[in-house]
Write a protein that binds this ligand. Structure first.
Ligand SMILES: Nc1ncnc2c1ncn2[C@@H]1O[C@H](COP(=O)(O)OP(=O)(O)O)[C@@H](O)[C@H]1O
Ligand SMILES: [Mg+2]
Length: 149
């Protein structure tokens, strides 16, 4: 697979439940390189842009309310086939379909309160990374010891 970048956001429930370390550990353990990371309190305007595709859905207001209710951790992750690999690690959107062992499957009972966002395509990832990060906030690092991942 090709090296890709994807965007992830740990939603407000993560900091309020004090589980950011656990979730980031799972992302790192899988083998993603974290190339961008910051704590943000996002504005309604940014939340509405990020979720623009859902603007006409019944859950849109609830979604924007939730995502702006507290700080989030926004991250850019890099790795082989990173977009799909992260979607798989997160699990299905619907709470009842998210398999145990996935991040969503292990941490939420309700679809509207899942704890993590992951870009759904390479094009979405580029769009979302540009919304949340300035180019200089992304650090392209390699430690030379990644062969085992
Ligand atoms: N039926 C729903 N009811 C409440 N919230 C929903 C529903 N569908 C999606 N959401 C919320 O909106 C977010 C974006 O939805 P979507 O893009 O379809 O899923 P995903 O986050 O898996 O890409 C979901 O992560 C979830 O927080
Ligand atoms: Mg989505």
């Amino acid at each position: 697979m090709a090296i890709e970048r994807t965007f992830t956001m740990l939603k407000p429930g993560v900091l309020s439940r004090r589980i950011s370390g656990e979730i980031i550990a799972r992302i790192e353990r899988k083998g993603f390189d974290i190339v961008g990371s910051k704590l943000m309190r996002i504005s309604r305007a940014l939340a509405e842009l990020h979720y623009a595709e859902h603007r006409d859905k019944a859950f849109f207001q609830e979604l924007v309310d939730y995502i702006t209710s507290g700080p989030v951790v926004a991250m850019v992750l890099e790795g082989d086939g990173a977009v799909l690999m992260l979607r798989r690690l997160c699990g299905s959107t619907k709470a009842e379909d998210a398999a145990p062992g996935t991040i969503r499957g292990d941490y939420a009972m309700h679809t509207g309160l899942n704890i993590i966002h992951a870009s759904d395509s390479v094009a979405s990832a580029s769009r979302e990374i540009a919304l949340f990060f300035r180019p200089e906030e992304i650090i392209d690092w390699k430690d030379g010891n990644n062969d085992w991942i």
